[in-house]
Structures are given as C-alpha cells and as structure tokens.
Design a protein around this ligand. Structure first.
Ligand code: SF4
Length: 334
C-alpha cells in the first residue's frame, strides 16, 4: 500500500442531513440520516466507511458530492490551492468545483445514460470541466478506457451491450476523467456478481495507487474494505463512532459497536473462524426518526452504563490516528 500524505482533501465538520418526514401528530418530524459527522479524507488515501444498512453512510457520500445540500455543518474542499466550504454553496458557485469531487455509484445499470455511447459518457466530464477539443477528448477517452481495462473498440457501443462489471469500469472511467481531488465510491461492488467483485476492487486499488487518488470507499463488506483502505471509519445511526488505520481497527477495535461488527465478519482462516468469539447485539438499530438520547448505541450496547443514556460521547483520540466516541475510553483515560 502506498504512503499517504497528511494533507486533507476534504474536511467534514458537524455535518448533518435531516429529511422532512411529517407523521400524523408530528408535522415537523425529521429523519436524522446523518447527525453530526466529523471526518477528513487525506490526499492519496482510501478511507473505508462501514456500518449497517441505514446508518447514513450513503447519505453522507451524497452530501460530499453535493447531490444533497446538508442541513448543517461544513465540507471544506482543498483543491487547486484553494479551500472552499462547499456544504451550502448554490448551484452556480458549485458548478466549477464539481470536477473535484466525483462519484462511483452502486448500480452500474442505472448510473449510465442508455442513450449515450461509452465515449460520450466518459467524455461528458471532459467536455464540461476541461478545454480539451474533440480530438483531445477522444484521445483522453481511449486512454481512460485502457486505464480501466476496456478496449478502444468499446468506445462506440452503448451501455446495454456490457456486463455489470464492464459497466462499472465505464463508471470508474467517467469518475476519474476530470482528475478529481476526491472520489466517493458508494458500494461500488455490492451490485456485481460475486465472481467479478474482486476484479473491480483490484482495479480501484490499482488506480488509487497509480494516480494517488483520494477515495472514500463506502461498503458493508468488511473484508473488501480492509483490503482496499488505509483508514476505516465506522458509522452508527448517523455518526462516526470510531476511525483508525485499517490494520489497527481490525486488530484492536475499541468501540463496542465496532467490536460487534468485526466479530460478525467471516475470517478466511478456518481455525480462527471456529475459535473466535461472536458478539450478538440486542435488537435492531433504532430509527433515525427517533434516535435515543445520549450515546445512540446505548440501547444495544453490551457495556452500557447509566451515564450512556444521557451523555453523548464525542470522538476522542485513543492512539495514533485512532479516535473513538465512547465514555469507556474517557473512563479508562486512554
Ligand atoms: Fe456503549 Fe456507553 Fe460506549 Fe455508548 S458510550 S458505546 S453505550 S459504553
């Protein structure tokens, strides 16, 4: 794995995304999909983002590429020598900055316009965000196709002529075309056949290394996240509860939720798999419509204490590049 610079390309502070969800008797009800996230993405790193379905990780990704306008908080983008808080920028001021943050979508069948050829799809960000002329764009498209393992002859075909894995390669070529400062990969392998997931994962890892891309890799597949990530952040009910270098997090998870999550992930070694302890959590995650007070994990936490239902722990440093949001860390003074 390549070394990572210590500059941030994205700095996220107290980010929240609440959706209006009026209910009988509660016309002002909201769903708190993201509820106070602090996170940074370093230049040239892959940051994995894991958590159960509905924890807010995809919503967070969509806020970062500004498909959603966050309810509060900041997203500072460092690109082209400037730092800009893009969280609340209007469309006009956002437009020239969009090339710096691109997205690879989960569903390669829905994310490509069926009426456009592959060349047109990949050239679109070049047409919008660069001053390349038609022949410059054609050369760039050929090079991008090569980068993602497709042939130049594929350029004039339409998306329906490709398999899911090939379509995801087209989506990746489109995402890297404008040489973005950061790419949000939203579950990029989960809709693909199991047999080709590793190929796409390895392609992303290779491109990350070759081009020093900065990737936010959102997934629920813990093995895939471990394989590709320099650091990993764990989300629970709209918040980041732990973030650490990947090897450290998988070897020594601190937060009780991270420990439970890791204990449920299969391990390839059958001896370790047989002997390791599984932590079973009580119940389902609470609804983001009605998050519990205090630590959002307290109704399910095997280590909850009385104070956990009233005080909401902030992320605090417990080791080098390792942060955890849990009162136990404070109690242990680590
Ligand atoms: Fe569990 Fe309390 Fe830590 Fe939350 S703060 S994870 S409830 S011990």
């Amino acid at each position: 794995m390549t070394s990572v610079a210590h500059r941030s390309v994205l700095q996220v502070s107290d980010l929240a995304m609440h959706f209006a969800a009026p209910a009988p008797g509660d016309p002002h009800a909201v769903i708190r999909a993201v509820d106070g996230v602090d996170l940074h993405l370093r230049t040239g790193e892959t940051l994995g983002l894991v958590g159960e379905s509905g924890c807010g990780k995809s919503t967070l990704g969509r806020c970062l590429v500004r498909l959603y306008r966050p309810t509060r908080g900041s997203i500072v983008l460092h690109a082209d020598g400037a730092s800009t808080d893009i969280a609340s920028l209007d469309d006009r001021r956002l437009r020239p900055l969009r090339r710096h943050i691109q997205m690879i979508f989960q569903d390669p069948y829905a994310s490509l316009d069926p009426r456009m050829t592959v060349a047109e799809i990949i050239a679109e960000p070049l047409r919008v965000h660069t001053d390349l002329d038609r022949s410059g764009r054609a050369k760039a498209v050929a090079s991008l196709l090569d980068d993602v393992g497709l042939a130049a002859a594929h350029a004039n075909r339409f998306p329906h002529e490709f398999s899911g894995g090939q379509r995801q390669r087209i989506g990746i070529a489109r995402a890297i075309a404008s040489r973005p400062a950061a790419i949000v990969c939203d579950e990029p392998i989960s809709a693909l056949d199991v047999s080709i997931r590793a190929q796409i994962l390895n392609l992303l890892a290779d491109l990350q290394r070759e081009h020093s891309l900065s990737l936010l890799f959102i997934a629920h597949d813990l093995a895939a996240v471990r394989h590709i990530s320099h650091r990993v952040a764990v989300m629970y009910l709209g918040r980041v509860v732990e973030v650490a270098p990947a090897a450290e997090l998988y070897a020594r998870p601190h937060h009780p939720y991270t420990r439970a999550l890791m204990s449920a992930a299969p391990v390839p070694d059958p001896d370790i798999e047989r002997s390791r302890e599984r932590i079973l959590l009580r119940g389902e995650p609470p609804s983001p419509r009605n998050p519990p007070p205090g630590c959002p994990f307290h109704p399910r936490c095997p280590e909850a204490r009385p104070e956990c239902s009233s005080s909401r722990p902030a992320l605090r440093r417990v080791g080098q590049n390792h942060e955890v949001a849990c009162v136990l860390e404070r109690a242990q003074g680590t």
